[in-house]
Design a protein around this ligand. Sequence first.
Ligand code: HEM
Length: 388
Amino acid sequence: MATPAVRYDPLDAEILRDPYPVLAELRMRVPVFWHAGMDSWVLTRYADCVRVLRDHAAFARDPRRTGGTVPEPSLSVQTLDPPQQSPVRSLFMSALRAQDLGAIEHRARLLVGGRLDHLAGAGPFDVVAEVAVPLSVAVVADLLGVEPPPYAEYAAVSDAIMRSMDGGLDPALVEPGRVARRQLSDLVDSFAVSDRPGLLARVRQATAPGSDASARLYVRNSARVMFQGGYSTMAAAVGNAVHTLLTRPGALERMRDPALLATGVDELVRFDGPVQGTTRTAVHACRLGGVDITPRQKIVPLFAAANRDPAAFARPDELVLDRTPNRHLGYGWGPHSCIGTTVAQAGLRALVTAVNDHPAQLAAAGEGVRRRTATMRAFDTLPALLLP
Ligand code: HEM
């Protein structure tokens, strides 16, 4: 069935500023629509998104299941599907569960507190460069058990990779992304000599040199995804969270309450999360939201739209810090849902607590600049000020 023509440009300045009114209109008018630029069916309803994310037999993440190819360096927990993915995912999940997240959160809080001490009284500063980047590099390096790379240098590599995720919309982004991926690979390979305790040491123990070569390849590639994916989403989430809190009077203050801190960090990700959507491919012919999908067609569940769906969330456009339950899709769903959710929650709690514990008061100092990326919603810069 043909769907009505839809104009949706995720890189349009107004949509970058606030995508939610347009997504709400699409969800009402044409909840499943064909997007020529993305060469995909786009899903805006929560129920349709969950159906696709849950049913990995019918909707593939691994392009090889629908006749595509995957370059060797990209074969990881993120591109493989069950059952091949399952042992790799379990390995990383159990190595993560063995880490002391309380200690990681504590060190993250001290780091943010130290940055704020340094920034207090020095005039306006950029939350992204001064808080989001250092916090995210430090948390992910701490989790993995590696020396954190220089913040600004690493942020530049990561940004090039993040931008290249929109290569379908702008082919000029592809080559810088490829170069940055090689730099990232070199960095992650250098982690192999780290003797610090942490997630990677644990994973390494379980994949000793004698083990299967493809298992070792998947693990090495997945370590890269953990570092890069973890850092870039965390940094974007911190910027979005600070923006949400500073533009809603009283919200930050209310998160001094430990119960609201616990539920609030999830609501911040639902309300304006960094990952706008993902891609799957139809394995068989099927119908979604009244639309016929043919095998090998791509499908984009739009988390940003699903997370504001009134059929799934009461008062979807309000920040409800005590929202419970809050089964949002900001961390995905199903066999490819975020492995680092508990770490991200700990990092966001550390951020909010450090800001609330600081004697100076954090305030907005002008409009931020949204990053021109469709897959990831982030700020390039976000000015703020610490008031005595
Ligand atoms: C607030 C911060 C974060 C958000 C919002 C977030 C969000 C997401 C989402 C939406 C997915 C699923 C994408 C899909 O289905 O295609 C995902 C996957 C993933 N995330 Fe996160 N993430 C965050 C932080 C982290 C951190 C800190 C780590 C690790 C240190 C991490 C590691 C991963 C990995 C390895 C995957 C791939 C899982 C798989 O495909 O099986 N994430 N994340």
